[in-house]
Design a protein around this ligand. Sequence first.
Ligand code: NAP
Length: 246
Amino acid sequence: MATALITGASQGIGACIALRLAKDGYHIALNHFPSDSDKANAEKVAQQCREFGVNAELFAANVADYSQCETMVQAVKEQFGSIDALVNNAGITKDGLMIRMPEEQYDAVIAVNQKSVFNMLKLAGAVMVRQKHGRIVSLASVAGLYGNPGQINYSASKAAIIGMTKTAAKELGARGITVNAVAPGFIQTPMTDALTEEQRSNMLKLVSMKRYGEPEEIASVVSFLCSDDASYVTGQTIEISGGLMM
Ligand code: NAP
């Protein structure tokens, strides 16, 4: 049976993707940030994955740290034997207006959202090259496609993911590996719970479907991109935003 590694899978969209891929029949390697609370949440997600009859194990690592990613990828390979799908989901926001944003606030978001994707594309990509197959999906954002006031750091990191996806697709395609991204709009998760009512209603005005998205609506597209049905889809970024800009 195939194995999927999902980063930042202790809550929100990542947890939902883990459950969906478990339902699809993947064994699940759940990455979580190395903290007690993330571990406890990830264990609950792993338990729910196991109810689909697959194996699910936890792998603690700060994905912004290359050596922690290296150790994690080795451990997943040793425990499961292969890495057939990788979902780069871990991400953070640290919003603020550009002219007031301290340099560290910019760098912190780039490290977690963008550098982590390099770490994982390189390390899991090398495993997939040896296997001669693989599916990679990274979480971009509509902020990376269109920009968003207060998110210079976040939109830079997510735009970078779109470019990295195209480059990795070109480098890995001949080895039977597809590399795609999804660009969610406004999805109901702990990340967006932090927004004010005013920010929420302003965003909703722009959404054609006049509702927020659910994490399951991201997971279903990721599931497709990780399936055999998507065998000739690569280098693409699929917007999942309920019709934000057209
Ligand atoms: P979330 O609920 O905050 O979940 C993000 C997960 O990533 C958390 O479990 C978090 O752990 C983990 N994480 C953060 N930094 C990490 C690190 N250095 N190493 C390992 N794990 C780390 O956010 P979400 O809404 O589910 O977002 C998931 C992805 O979708 C993100 O990439 C986000 O940018 C993207 N996205 C979300 C939306 C949306 O509307 N929600 C829209 C567009 C794109 P901690 O809780 O410990 O930080």
